[in-house]
Write a protein that binds this ligand. Structure first.
Ligand SMILES: Cc1ncc(C[n+]2csc(CCOP(=O)(O)OP(=O)(O)O)c2C)c(N)n1
Length: 686
């Protein structure tokens, strides 16, 4: 049946095996082009699944492009959300959306998010990106169909590395138990994941035996032989009495020789030269409208930039990072400091590091880089955050110093109960790294942008939480937490390169805030400021305090610069790198001395703002003393795809937003005390 008119049942288009092969090849060409236009994305896995995507969307699945929500349609769940471009191209080639629109991949406000979002694009069935959840969703959809006595089918596309997630096996057990013959699992067995070969990272084989033992019908095919793909899918649709899993042997990067079987192409997009080479190898020279796709992407991007610019508070000068001839700053990713510390301190025989299949990117692999003798204390756990968390507790119980990390949302949310019960309740000495925290993760989108992790981590008894402001402070914080601090500890850092605003001499004392004061303009941003431990600082009667953590500290410093230059205001910036335990004294002194406190966090508002507010309202010293407060942070919404600095603007967590809010709060303070309110120069906020 396949692509049809849901009102008449008329088949709108049917593809032969040869035509499907041709379409899959074209989809590969588009895939390379849209990834190139996005400058990021997942080439390897999108190419390995493309034949299956073509077969499903163009021939096997019953659906209607004009009626994407047709109740009787087959559902296709992409549990491997990172293969979103193949899903989008499947939809586009089936007629659900224009092919050229897929070139808007990973751009701000785009329906073509880095990972699929069903509320943004008709035809996308579910939002995914956190691996291992799709099969459970598919079980739910299949159960609903059974309850409603419907005949449609649910397909669920998974990766082989993804099979390491324990939730897959809970879902597999459920599907077998309920004999869900309307459910068809597909495993893209390309044998690679991020950290290398699946068999080396954490072997999942024999997959066939595993699924069979859970009560599934199992079919193994060559996932690039279109005849086998179509036959297996069509046969699975008529299977009765049990769910079917199709284990498809594929090649990661299929069709492009320099990408095939290369782990490094997992999360990488081709540049223009590589695109052209790839298109040539696919025999598609001149057949993909590359220039039109690029032009479409460029035009859309120009509109994004116009919208963002209109949203930004304006000041007398352009104070953006490195826009002026002076106040220059060096940018480096905070995560590098984490790796540097592990490299420096890893000789301690108690230190044991876990790999969770994202090791290079979060720099935890620096622990063993060039040190083969440490390999025995490097334990690859695969994509299994929950079990690894409890295993870390086990190691800690036996006197080891375990460290694990991954995207902050998978390091602190997916495994929250394990952190709570296995680690915190027993108060075990485990260091957890929440890497890639905040919206500045960028084009991967909402599923990968941890904006809630600090609520959970700060809310856990016995947990200690540090959010360092730059690469140097990340190294110092890791040095301290790893070897000097006993108990559960969470360190959160960003992915993107952020300004370096501390140096070797800058104090870092766990649990103690630093005061940062702008003293002058200087050639280098860092030299314009003086930093002291807050306990060594004497009140200078500043106009306000900005309390910040993580990469919001540099933004707060830049806000202090804007406030001084444009309004003559003096700002006390507090770098509250330790969120737990909280430096209540520093907060109370800032509130008492300046009577205006503005918090800034790259998180849903509240991980920093509410403890600060609570410290102010609960301090007897401040009873009856008015303190004007404000909060900068993400306002109760999920993230979006986009370039990191675009997202800083869109989510209103830039220095400009901090400064605009500060002007508003200082205005309230001045008007209350009868002082003239400084003229506000903000253009666009009037
Ligand atoms: C819960 C979770 N942990 C980690 C990641 C990061 N991640 C994205 S893709 C990937 C590897 C997936 O490997 P596999 O399933 O084999 O997919 P393929 O190699 O086919 O792309 C990982 C670890 C994630 N998205 N979700």
């Amino acid at each position: 049946m396949s692509i049809q008119d849901s009102t008449t049942g008329e088949v709108l288009r049917s593809y032969s095996i040869d035509e499907l092969k041709q379409q899959a090849n074209l989809m590969r060409g588009y895939d390379l082009a849209v990834l190139c236009a996005a400058t990021s994305g997942h080439a390897g896995g999108t190419l390995s699944i493309m034949d299956i995507a073509a077969a499903l969307y163009l021939r096997v699945a019953d659906h209607d492009p004009k009626n994407p929500n047709w109740p009787d349609r087959d559902r296709i769940v992409w549990s491997t959300g990172h293969k979103a471009p193949s899903l989008y191209l499947g939809l586009a080639f089936a007629g659900f959306c224009p092919k050229e629109d897929v070139a808007l991949l990973r751009k701000l406000y785009s329906p073509y998010q880095g990972h699929p979002h069903w509320l943004k694009l008709p035809g996308v069935e579910v939002s995914t990106g956190s691996l291992g959840q799709g099969l459970s969703i598919a079980v739910g959809i299949a159960l609903a169909a059974r309850l409603d006595q419907k005949n449609h089918h649910v397909f669920c596309i998974m990766g082989d590395g993804e099979q390491q997630e324990g939730q897959i096996w809970e879902a597999a057990m459920e599907a077998g138990h309920f004999k869900l013959d309307n459910l068809i699992g597909i495993v893209d067995r390309n044998r690679l994941q991020i950290d290398g070969w699946v068999k080396d990272v954490m072997n999942v084989e024999p997959l066939e035996d595993k699924y069979r033992s859970f009560g599934w019908e199992v079919v193994t095919i060559d996932g690039h032989d279109m005849k086998q793909v179509v036959e297996a899918l069509e046969k699975a649709k008529v299977g009765r009495g049990k769910p079917t899993v199709i284990i498809a042997d594929t090649v990661k990067g299929k069709g492009v020789s320099f990408m095939e079987n290369v782990a490094g192409w997992h999360g990488k997009a081709p540049n223009v030269e590589e695109l052209n080479k790839g298109l040539k190898e696919l025999g598609l020279e001149g057949q993909i409208p590359v220039e039109q796709l690029f032009a479409h992407a460029k035009q859309y991007q120009a509109e994004v930039e116009r919208k963002l610019d209109a949203k930004m508070p304006k000041f007398h000068h352009n104070y953006w990072w490195n826009a002026a001839d002076n106040m220059k700053v060096q940018m480096k990713p905070t995560r590098l400091g984490f790796g540097q510390s592990l490299a420096a301190n890893g000789d301690d025989p108690r230190v044991v590091c876990f790999g969770l299949d994202i090791s290079g990117s979060i720099t935890i692999s620096e622990f063993y880089a060039g040190k083969p003798e440490r390999k025995a204390r490097w334990i690859s756990m695969g994509i299994a955050e929950q079990s690894a968390t409890s295993a870390a507790a086990g190691l800690a119980k036996e006197g080891k110093l375990p460290v694990f990390g991954t995207y902050a949302t998978f390091a602190a949310a997916r495994n929250l109960d394990q952190i709570r019960t296995s680690i915190c309740y027993g108060s075990f000495n485990v260091l957890i790294a929440g890497a890639h925290g905040g919206v500045s993760v960028g084009p991967d989108g909402a599923t990968h942008q941890a904006l809630e992790d600090l609520f959970a981590m700060c809310g856990l008894p016995n947990m200690n939480v540090v959010v360092p402001c730059d690469m140097v402070e990340t190294r110092k914080a890791t040095d301290y937490l790893l070897l000097k601090h006993a108990g559960p500890k969470y360190i959160r850092f960003a992915r993107e390169a952020t300004p370096i605003v501390t140096d070797e001499k800058t104090p870092f004392v766990f649990g103690k805030a630093n005061v940062i004061r702008l003293r002058r303009e200087a050639a280098n941003f860092i030299d314009a400021f003086e930093t002291k431990l807050e306990s060594d600082y004497r009140d200078e009667c500043e106009d306000l305090s900005i309390i910040a953590c993580g990469p919001m500290v540099p933004e707060a410093m830049r806000a202090a610069w804007i406030l001084k230059q444009d309004f003559g205001y003096e700002t006390r910036v507090l770098n509250l790198h330790t969120l737990k335990p909280l430096d209540t004294e520093a907060i109370v002194r800032a509130a008492r001395d300046t009577s205006v406190v503005l918090t800034a966090e790259e998180h849903q508002i509240g991980a920093l703002a509410w403890p600060v507010a609570s410290a102010i309202t609960q301090s007897p010293e401040l009873y009856g003393i008015p303190v004007i407060t404000g909060a900068i942070g993400v306002k109760d919404r999920f993230g979006d795809s986009g370039a990191p600095w675009e997202l800083i603007k869109e989510f209103e967590v830039s220095a400009e937003h901090i400064a605009a809010k500060a002007v508003e709060l200082i205005g309230v303070k001045k008007s209350r005390s009868g002082e003239p309110v400084a003229e506000v120069h903000l253009v666009g906020t009037k």
